[in-house]
Structures are given as structure tokens and as C-alpha cells.
Design a protein around this ligand. Structure first.
Ligand code: ADP
Ligand code: MG
Length: 475
């Protein structure tokens, strides 16, 4: 009973979905009169979809067979018939008309002799002959893009009318363009979690070159970067590869970086280049900036990752942690009060070194970008770090100081300076304002003074004038 009901329901559903199909099957189609062709398009589309699905499945099987377990794989992706599922195809119908190529123009001169006819007397065949034209059209389908399957029309002696040929040709063009666009879209976007094909290739190259042994997995996915863990490979003549590496891939989706423009745009080291670059190159500059800043820090002896290599937007550095486990962020670790105090003085010291020796302000310093490893604090994430004379450099420093002071004051370090004291201790400046608003105003006044100096003398003040060296705080 329920089976019967199910059958009936299904029939009803089918009738609702394809009313014409049923009508055609029962009606005029059999008699050959008044052929209703209104559902032909739908049928053709369904058949095409079916064909495409089978074609893709076969392609996947072949791709799998060729690649096997190889580390480097060949993708057949471009040959897939992905378009039936592509929704944003509405503009295509007009798109092909934009091309300089006139799809209605014959591609090659016809083989009909100049006089325009072959034969003699009664057997004369002109270039307008339907059969000749039809065969010629079939042969011309060979010129369509290779992924456009035209079948063996010539073998079947298929004769295509001009109208059908033109429609097919138009279709072939728009398909070609659509596939190219889809491909491009895919190539140029970075997937949320994984990396885009170009980045993957870069990583594979590093593994193939023996620089990295294996890339084990993802440590972190942030808004602007994805960080992977890898085991280091063989040392080269000029490079020692650490046993464990962190690979920071700067994301090539551009949106997230827009609001970070100010860090790099006003950094004079990158200023000249910034305006001339496209967004893709700007992202490489973030990676480059991180590399330079890490190198400066390394030279000053500040605990931080050591740069291994920079390739485009991929920065390889030493891994802070052990056996694939990254060192915890300061925010995630519970330290004894003794260690907490030790960490505080160490950070105070590092901030001074960063400012004085490296001529840098971290600009994103907080318990999120400090790792606790080997009984000490390590600084990471310095792509946005700037020089103190950056138009907003002192503001960034003040923000860093606020984060550090708050964290350690909350963490029970009684000795922790407040943010204003910390700012003065790091910068060596002596801003006396005793409240945040005035303090901030004085900082901005200093920055403006520096900018005016740049305007008038074309040169930045090397350091803001201070009353001698700041006292070095130590335990
Ligand atoms: P983001 O700009 O995404 O915050 P980070 O440089 O802070 O980039 O890296 C994100 C996370 O990846 C860090 O919080 C840290 O856990 C991990 N990480 C980054 N670099 C290293 C490294 N050299 N060693 C170990 N872990 C790292
Ligand atoms: Mg970070």
C-alpha cells in the first residue's frame, strides 16, 4: 500500500517537474506531426549535465591513476566541465560579443575555387550548396578549443547548417571564456584554511629542494596569515636549517590587509615602493618586513624566531616550541609569580632593546604575540613593526605599553610600571602628563613635530630628543 502511494507521489512529482516531457512522449512526437520542441532544450541540458558528470568522474579517475602517491601531482582541474554548476554565468551571453573575434566570420578561406563553383553543366555545385557547406561547417568544429568535445562529425558525414554551426561556435567561445575565468578565480584566491595552488607549489619546491623535510600541519590560521610546522631538511653551504621550522604564509586575500595600510604606507623604508605596487606585491612586502624586523631583533640578541628563508609571501623561520608543539602564548600559560616577575623584566628589557638597538616599535605587542619557551619570553609577529619616527610610531608604542602594563598588573606583578611610566622608560622621553588624554596629546604633538621637520628638511629626526639614556631596568 505504502509502496503504491510512494509510486503515485513520485509520479506526481515528476509530472510537476517535467510536464512537457510527458506530453511529448505521449503525443505528437510519435506521429511526427506538430513536433513540440519546447522541452528539447531542457532535455539537451539534462543530457549534457549527465555527460559532464560522467566526464568529470572519468577525469578524476585518470588524475588519480597518474598521480598515485606522488608528492607532486598533476591537476586535471582545468579540463573539468565545472560550468553547469557555476551560478554567476549570466553575463556570458553578452560577453562573447565583446571579443574582437567575430564568431560569425569564417576562420579559414574555403576550399571552393575562386570562381565559386565546382563541376560542369548539370553537376555544378556552388559554394552555397547545403551539403558542401554542411560538411565544411562540421570540419571547422575542429578549430574549437581542445576541451570542447565535438565528436566524430566528419566520420559520420554530419552536415551542420550555418545556423547550428554559428550557435555552436558562439557557445564554444563563451564556454572557453567562462572556464578561463573560473580557473583564474580559483588560482588567485587563497582558501580559508588551506593555501592556494601557487603557495602549495612554493612549499613543494622547498620540500623537493631538501630544505624542508616534511610539512606536518597547520599551527594557526589567522586573519592575515596561516602558520605551518615543518621539520627542517638538509643544511646547505651557506645555511643551517633548524630542526623544526615555522612557515608563515601571508594570506593573499587582500581585504584583511587594507586596514593595515598605515603601518607600511608611512614606513619610509617602503614608502617609495608602496605607491607603485599592486596589492599582491604589497603582501609580499609584509613578509619582507617581518623578515627584516626579525633579523634586526636577532642581531640585537632579542629572543625571536630566526629567519631561514623568504620566498614571495612565504616566510620560513625557526620554530619556537618542540616536537611539533608550539610554545604557548603568554596569555595561555600559567606562570608562577616568580616567573611572571621574571617575564615582566625581560619584556621591559626587550622593549628597550627593540627601541634603542633595533630602532623599532613592535606595534602589536601583547600577551598574544609573546611565547613562553625555555623559561623565557620570545617575541613573534613583527610584520607590522615600525621605526619610532613613523608618523604613528609613538602612538603604537603607547598602545604596546598599555597592553603590557595591564597584563602584568592584572597578573599580580607589583613592580609593573603603569603605561605612561613604561612608555617613558622604553623611549627615554620624559612626558610628564599624569593622565592618559594629555599623555596621548603630547605624543601626537611630538609626532607632528617630527612630520613638520620632515616637511621642512626632508629628513626624519633620527631619534626623538630625550633626556639622556633611559634607565635600564633589570631584576
Ligand atoms: P598572526 O599575524 O596571524 O597573528 P603570528 O606571527 O602571530 O601571525 O602567528 C600566529 C601563531 O602562529 C602564533 O600565535 C603562534 O602560536 C604561531 N607561531 C608563529 N610563528 C611561530 C614560530 N616561529 N614558532 C612557533 N609558533 C609560531
Ligand atoms: Mg599574532
Amino acid at each position: 500500500m505504502s509502496e503504491q502511494l510512494a509510486k503515485e507521489l513520485q509520479l506526481e512529482e515528476e509530472n510537476a517537474a517535467f510536464p512537457e516531457v510527458v506530453a511529448v512522449a505521449e503525443g505528437p512526437f510519435i506521429t511526427g506531426e506538430n513536433i513540440d520542441t519546447s522541452s528539447d532544450l531542457m532535455l539537451a541540458q539534462m543530457l549534457q549535465m549527465e555527460f559532464d558528470r560522467e566526464y568529470d568522474a572519468q577525469l578524476r579517475r585518470e588524475e588519480k591513476k597518474i598521480n598515485g602517491d606522488s608528492k607532486v601531482s598533476i591537476s586535471f582541474e582545468n579540463y573539468r566541465k565545472v560550468h553547469p554548476y557555476d551560478s554567476d554565468s549570466s553575463e556570458d551571453e553578452v560577453d562573447w560579443q565583446d571579443t574582437r573575434h567575430d564568431p560569425y566570420r569564417a576562420d579559414k578561406p574555403t576550399t571552393t575555387p575562386r570562381k565559386g563553383f565546382i563541376g560542369k553543366g548539370k553537376d555544378i555545385t556552388t559554394k552555397h550548396d547545403e551539403v558542401v557547406c554542411g560538411r565544411k561547417n562540421t570540419a571547422r568544429m575542429e578549430n574549437f578549443a581542445p576541451e570542447f568535445q565535438v565528436g566524430d562529425g566528419i566520420g559520420m558525414d554530419l552536415k551542420l547548417s550555418n545556423q547550428v554551426f554559428n550557435a555552436l561556435k558562439q557557445h564554444a567561445y563563451s564556454e572557453e571564456r567562462r572556464s578561463a575565468r573560473l580557473h583564474e578565480k580559483k588560482e588567485h584566491s587563497t582558501a580559508e584554511k588551506a593555501v592556494d595552488p601557487k603557495t602549495r607549489l612554493l612549499l613543494y619546491k622547498m620540500v623537493n629542494a631538501g630544505m624542508l623535510e616534511t610539512i606536518t600541519g597547520c599551527i594557526s590560521t589567522g586573519k592575515e596569515s596561516v602558520v605551518f610546522h615543518a621539520y627542517g631538511g638538509n643544511a646547505t653551504e651557506d645555511k643551517v636549517i633548524p630542526p623544526e621550522c615555522a612557515i608563515k604564509v601571508f594570506k593573499t586575500t587582500l581585504n584583511e590587509f587594507k586596514n593595515r595600510d598605515k603601518y607600511i604606507k608611512d614606513d619610509y623604508r617602503f614608502k617609495d615602493r608602496f605607491s607603485k605596487l599592486n596589492p599582491r606585491k604589497i603582501i609580499r612586502m609584509w613578509a619582507e618586513k617581518e623578515m627584516h624586523n626579525l633579523t634586526r631583533m636577532q642581531n640585537a640578541g632579542i629572543p625571536c624566531p630566526q629567519v631561514v628563508i623568504l620566498k614571495k609571501h612565504v616566510l620560513v623561520m625557526s620554530f619556537i616550541g618542540q616536537d611539533q608543539v608550539p610554545a604557548p602564548k603568554l596569555k595561555d600559560v600559567t606562570l608562577s609569580s616568580e616567573d611572571m616577575k621574571k617575564a615582566y623584566y625581560q619584556i621591559l628589557n626587550m622593549m628597550q632593546q627593540l627601541y634603542k638597538q633595533c630602532n623599532l616599535v613592535h606595534a602589536d605587542l601583547s600577551e598574544y604575540n609573546m611565547l613562553w619557551h625555555d623559561g623565557k619570553v620570545w617575541l613573534i609577529d613583527v610584520s607590522q613593526s615600525v621605526e619610532p619616527t613613523h608618523p604613528h610610531g609613538l602612538e603604537f608604542l603607547f598602545r604596546d605599553c598599555k597592553n603590557v602594563s595591564q597584563f602584568f598588573q592584572k597578573g599580580g606583578v607589583a613592580e609593573a610600571l603603569n603605561e605612561r611610566e613604561l612608555f617613558n622608560a622604553v623611549s627615554g622621553l620624559n612626558i610628564t602628563a599624569d593622565n592618559e588624554v594629555d599623555f596621548q596629546a603630547e605624543i601626537e604633538a611630538l609626532e607632528k613635530m617630527n612630520e613638520d621637520h620632515v616637511q621642512n628638511h626632508g629628513k626624519k629626526l633620527s631619534v626623538f630628543s630625550s633626556d639622556g639614556d633611559p634607565p635600564i631596568y633589570d631584576e
